[in-house]
Design a protein around this ligand. Structure first.
Ligand SMILES: Nc1ncnc2c1ncn2[C@@H]1O[C@H](COP(=O)(O)OP(=O)(O)OP(=O)(O)O)[C@@H](O)[C@H]1O
Ligand SMILES: [Mg+2]
Length: 252
């Protein structure tokens, strides 16, 4: 469903994403882990088509994102780490607006789809309120609704759990699992190996732009030769791999 081939992004000489090769199959929930500055957001932005790769290719549902961007993007729902919302719209107006962007605003089933999603993310009571009155977690859930409106085959999410309370986090994890069981591929970045292991059947760890480990939580444990403590595994896999990305570009 998602294929990254030698994917590379260079920012003024810094290889923020450095020749990544990954394949994620249909219906898989995939966790993308790595420390700050590892290249997660840069990879995800390229997959969502908002950042152009320096080298390499991205294939989504058989379409090359560079050659046939509209076919590839139609299959993707993207939830950025810092979403932009029109605060002066109500939740309902925003969802209709996004449906228009995806070209699904004429579907007779749209009203039902929107109600379903608002219900799923527990936002029905807030649909008429202006987004500016929403809490952070409510905005986050509204963006998730908007990313699912066109029934994407791949859901690409950058740090979905940041700022969610435990109940909302539980809800979102369950929805991701449910989406995957219905055949949607979920590609999510996170800092938490624990979270990734709970939700994702496959995990890749990125460090300084490169994939340094890949597999199930159990396989990562094995690779790290660790005692099973998830924090230890993460630290062991990423330690001593270079901190080049933590220096500002001006010092390069
Ligand atoms: N627009 C940009 N211009 C220059 N450098 C950038 C730009 N965007 C990202 N970088 C650099 O690329 C590297 C990877 O950043 P990225 O945001 O992808 O990391 P991340 O893994 O998402 O980190 P975090 O966990 O903090 O979100 C960092 O060194 C960052 O400074
Ligand atoms: Mg990031």
């Amino acid at each position: 469903m998602i294929k990254l081939i030698n994917l590379t992004k260079t920012f003024r000489g810094l290889r923020a994403v450095d020749g990544i090769n990954l394949e994620v199959k249909e219906g898989v929930c995939f966790g993308f882990l790595g420390p700050n500055g590892a290249g997660k957001t840069t990879t995800i932005k390229m997959m969502a088509g908002v950042l152009k790769p320096t080298e390499g290719r991205i294939i989504i549902n058989g379409s090359d994102l560079a050659k046939d961007p509209s076919a590839a993007k139609r299959c993707v729902g993207f939830i950025p780490d810092r979403p932009f919302l029109y605060e002066k719209l109500s939740g309902l107006e925003f969802l209709h607006f996004i449906a228009g962007l995806y070209g699904v605003d004429n579907l007779p089933s749209l009203g039902r789809r929107i109600s379903e999603l608002l219900e799923l993310f527990e936002l029905s009571h807030w649909q008429e309120e202006l987004i500016e009155s929403y809490s952070h977690g409510m905005k986050q859930r509204l963006v998730m609704c908007s990313a699912l409106i066109h029934r994407p085959k791949a859901l690409i999410v950058d740090e979905p759990m940041v700022g969610l309370d435990p109940k909302a986090a539980r809800l979102v994890k369950d929805i991701f699992r449910e989406q995957a069981s219905q055949g949607t591929t979920v590609f999510m970045s996170t800092h938490s190996l624990e979270m990734a292991e709970e939700v994702c059947e496959e995990i890749a760890i990125i460090q300084a732009g490169q994939i340094i480990a890949k597999g199930t939580g159990e396989e990562l444990r094995h690779q790290a030769g660790s005692d099973g403590n998830l924090e230890h595994i993460f630290l062991r896999l990423t330690e001593g791999k270079g901190l080049a990305h933590e220096r500002p570009l001006s010092s390069h």
